[in-house]
Design a protein around this ligand. Structure first.
Ligand code: B12
Ligand code: SF4
Ligand code: SF4
Length: 342
């Protein structure tokens, strides 16, 4: 077998569900599209997207020695219906990807394992591994590497995997054979666009992150606009509504990593209990989880927005108890929730 075929076999055995390869300059439209996104202000407070745009938009600038980009898919398909919790107003909805261990740690470990194997085969080669946080546009690169296509919800999906998968990248100085890009199979479907509670898609294939609940609950600091917080429902960390709507999930591959299997206490946690978390309680509950990153204050802010949207008058006292919270954004959210529950 060729080095690439052996590499793919090793990556699949290690737990990834698909692998593809492209050249670092495979998507010449990247700088222009990234610039259009940032110029429109769609990145909101994610100032890091506007910084290092030269690297983010062009992998050859990030690492000039790179000859191949190896893109890998790490599946986390839920075993339960992720939309069921949206019907339970006294419960919080945590997106599927955050219901157990942090994928940044899990996928990076696996990428390093695959990278080490590659170096063992070609000792003079160099590699760099990336998951999410580096200035690398993983979705268009994965599309160029043949892992799937960017759907109208902007995430990568494929006919074999559905859309519940993370992406990871290995950049290498080895020139591996590339894979053909896949055709787009969204057709006339617009289920994801119609499912979005906040109308965050200005057009198909484009997202205004400032309106996306995932951004609002995870990235946005300070109070959320009144118009948007009322549309957040009981989403308290991330959002899966557009992903869950996609008909290609009928063919979704099963998750292979038990570390992503939902923790029972995070599938539909009680808002009243989450609102009572102090710093220590928050850190203990979310140790090893991606949720830990946003800290107690932003999390409790989100929980209070969900309480305000619950229509459940029994939760009014919970919000009342936080109206004088030391964090001004939490106190503002609490007063808003009390007002909504009248
Ligand atoms: C910033 C970011 C966010 C932001 C902004 C999302 C966005 N769509 O840009 C926020 C916080 C909102 C977010 C949310 C989520 N994210 Co996020 N996020 C990222 C991150 C760090 C960068 C993405 C980026 O570069 N955006 C900039 C824009 C310009 O790029 P783009 O989305 O590819 O946009 C393209 C289109 O607009 C296209 N375009 C424009 N016009 C047209 C027209 C046509 C016809 C076409 C075809 C294309 C096109 O050009 C752009 C460039 O290709 C990546 C990790 C990484 N380093 O890549 C993860 C990543 C994209 N996120 C991921 C996930 C899982 C999520 C969530 C599902 C999490 C959740 N459950 O809450 C949601 C999904 C929300 C959504 N519908 O996108 C995964 C997606 C995996 C996958 N299968 O695609 C990634 C890859 C992380 C990872 N390593 O797995 N995320
Ligand atoms: S993640 Fe939720 S809010 Fe964001 S675009 Fe998808 S459906 Fe809309
Ligand atoms: S829901 Fe429909 S339009 Fe959206 S990504 Fe899936 S197939 Fe494409």
């Amino acid at each position: 077998m060729s080095l690439k075929a052996d590499l793919r076999a090793f990556a699949l055995e290690a737990g990834f569900s698909e692998m593809g390869v492209c050249r670092p300059d495979a998507v010449p439209q990247l700088p222009e599209r990234l610039a259009a996104f940032v110029q429109a202000g769609y990145h909101g407070q994610m100032g890091w997207m506007a910084e290092r745009m030269a690297w983010r938009g062009d992998p050859t600038a990030l690492w000039p020695e790179c000859k191949s980009v190896i893109m890998l898919a790490e599946v986390y398909t839920p075993a339960h219906d992720p939309l069921a919790v949206l019907e339970q107003a006294d419960r919080g909805a945590i997106s599927v990807y955050a219901q157990n261990r942090d994928y940044h740690d899990v996928a990076k470990k696996r990428l390093k394992k695959v990278g080490r194997w590659l170096i063992e085969q070609v000792p003079e080669a160099k590699i760099k591994v990336f998951v999410d946080t580096a200035p690398v546009m993983e979705k268009p690169l994965a599309a160029a590497a043949g892992l799937g296509w960017q759907g109208k919800h902007t995430n990568l999906l494929s006919r074999d995997l559905g859309n519940w998968f993370f992406l990871g990248a290995i950049f290498t100085t080895i020139e591996l054979e590339t894979d053909p890009a896949q055709a787009e199979h969204c057709g006339s479907c617009r289920a994801c666009l119609d499912a979005c509670p906040t109308d965050a898609f200005p057009a198909p294939f484009q997202l205004d992150a400032r309106r996306c609940i995932s951004y609002l609950t995870i990235e946005h600091k300070g109070p959320v606009d009144l118009e948007l917080r009322a549309k957040m429902g009981n989403h308290i960390y991330g959002c899966d509504d557009c992903l869950a709507a996609c008909p290609w999930n009928k063919f979704a591959a099963d998750a292979r990593e038990m570390k992503y299997a939902a923790r029972p206490d995070l599938v539909a946690p009680k808002l009243a209990e989450l609102a009572a978390l102090d710093d220590a309680g928050f850190r203990a509950l979310f140790s090893g989880s991606p949720i830990k990153r946003i800290g107690r204050n932003r999390f409790v802010r989100n929980v209070l927005y969900a309480i305000g949207n619950s229509g459940d008058a029994t939760l009014r006292a919970v919000a009342q108890g936080l109206c004088d919270d030391r964090d001004e954004t939490v106190a503002d959210a609490a007063r808003w929730a009390v007002g909504r529950l009248g």
